[in-house]
Design a protein around this ligand. Structure first.
Ligand code: ATP
Ligand code: MG
Length: 399
């Protein structure tokens, strides 16, 4: 095999000092976990990039797996050779010939090893002439080459790469703390979770379940969605909240126009308690401004008031089409559209207030004591840990 290494370039190069160390450490962990079913490969970090030694392993599935890891800006297949002119020239020729259907090239040498006897400019010419002499139909084009060969001469060895493959960008999951995602079976909340992970945040999820109004299949849908999200974020814990009794009580005791608002406030209260227990410092929802009655500015204000925790809403300004596009890209869409009821829709009143007044909500809440119900819910949480889906085949198995 021509290529024996994969080079990984980091994203967010502006990160400095301690953050950078943490970033690299976390990325290394995430790459290691993702590639643990390729035992032959070895991973090495350097300050400015990571290398994966393939040790005979076929590169395509490894590149594919790495493309789902946040914090990677780009990847390239690389040939590693000693810092020896003849060996570099020979490897560069192999790499060029590997690019079929191309006719122009450019060489860019970077000489980090200053003991290498030839300067980068001059070495570009040396290698370039070698390539022209040993091929028939190639020309040099320094402005718009079909192939750009990079020769990176480092102290230990030289790496030769040609194509750059786009990485997932973002920050390594786990480098920016943890959030508790309120995960329904809908289209939006899995996308919200994906976007938070892209920003380096590790997920736990909470799902409110109201059997027998909501079915086992609805719960399974949420577990399947979570399993998909693990492909990007390693293992994810899901807390299933038995919500039926409290929902029935709210439905019975709160005037219908306000029951939805109170129910949402209780969802946040319970989520906050779970977050506290799990040492998590924020909640995340799939809310998007103006979508439904609970997502008007006034509703958000009234619902939000029940918790002091930051509520992150990565979709708040996005159009539904854009959200759907992402859900299709990350393969959660087909699961999200399975027809199962959510607890929020089962009990939704005919005309929920779109501008629920905070003082009224607090007054109605004050008439009923929900402390015991919440405590009982906390005692009866079901927590399921889903391990990382190793590849897209794992996804197919879920359908
Ligand atoms: P989604 O597609 O995520 O369900 P939506 O547009 O249907 O969102 P709502 O159903 O009003 O909107 O829910 C708003 C947000 O509340 C969801 O994005 C999710 O974060 C949270 N949520 C709703 N239902 C549940 C549930 N059963 N368990 C956990 N969180 C929920
Ligand atoms: Mg929903």
């Amino acid at each position: 095999m021509l290529y024996d290494h994969i080079l990984i370039r980091y994203g967010e190069l502006s990160l400095k000092g301690k953050n950078r160390k943490k970033f690299i450490y976390q990325l290394h962990e995430n790459v290691r976990t993702k590639l643990n079913h390729f035992p032959a490969v070895k991973i090495h970090n350097a300050r400015d990039r990571m290398t994966i030694m393939l040790n005979g392993q076929e590169p395509t599935p490894i590149i594919e797996a790495c493309q789902s890891i946040f914090g990677i800006q780009s990847l390239s297949l690389a040939i590693k050779v000693e810092n020896d002119q003849e060996k570099i020239k020979a490897a560069a020729l192999e790499a060029l010939k590997d690019n079929q259907a191309s006719s122009t090239f450019k060489i860019t040498t970077r000489r980090a090893d200053k003991s290498f006897p030839i300067g980068s400019q001059e070495f570009n010419h040396v290698v370039g002439s070698h390539l022209l002499r040993n091929t028939d139909n190639y020309k040099v084009d320094v402005h718009h080459p079909d192939v750009e060969l990079h020769i990176d001469i480092r102290t230990q060895a030289t790496y030769i790469t040609s194509k750059k493959i786009k990485g997932a960008g973002g920050l390594p999951v786990g480098s920016a703390g943890k959030t508790l995602l309120l995960l329904s079976g809908g289209i939006d909340s899995p996308v919200a979770g994906y976007l938070m992970m892209r920003r380096g945040v590790k997920l736990e999820a909470v799902h409110f379940h109201s059997p027998p109004y909501t079915s086992e299949a609805a719960k399974q849908k949420v577990l399947d969605l979570t399993k998909h999200l693990t492909y990007y974020g390693n293992q994810i814990k899901v807390h299933i909240v038995p919500f039926t009794a409290l929902q029935q009580k709210i439905h019975r005791e709160i005037p219908h126009g306000y029951s939805m608002t109170v129910m949402r406030r209780m969802m946040l209260k319970i989520s906050e308690k779970i977050a506290e227990k799990e040492n998590i410092l924020s909640l995340t929802t799939g809310e998007s401004l103006g979508q439904v009655a609970s997502q008007t500015m006034q509703s958000m204000h009234t619902i939000n008031e029940t918790t002091a925790y930051p509520i992150l809403r990565p979709l708040v300004s996005m159009d539904k089409e854009a959200i759907i596009r992402i859900s299709k890209d990350i393969h959660t869409y087909d699961i999200s559209i399975r027809p199962h009821e959510d607890c929020c829709t089962v009990f939704v009143p005919k005309a929920p207030k779109t501008k629920p007044k905070l003082d009224k909500v607090k007054y109605f809440e004050g008439l009923m004591d929900m402390g015991d119900d919440i405590e009982q819910i906390m005692r009866n949480l079901e927590t399921i840990t889903l391990t990382q889906a190793s590849n897209n085949n794992d996804f197919d198995a879920l359908f």
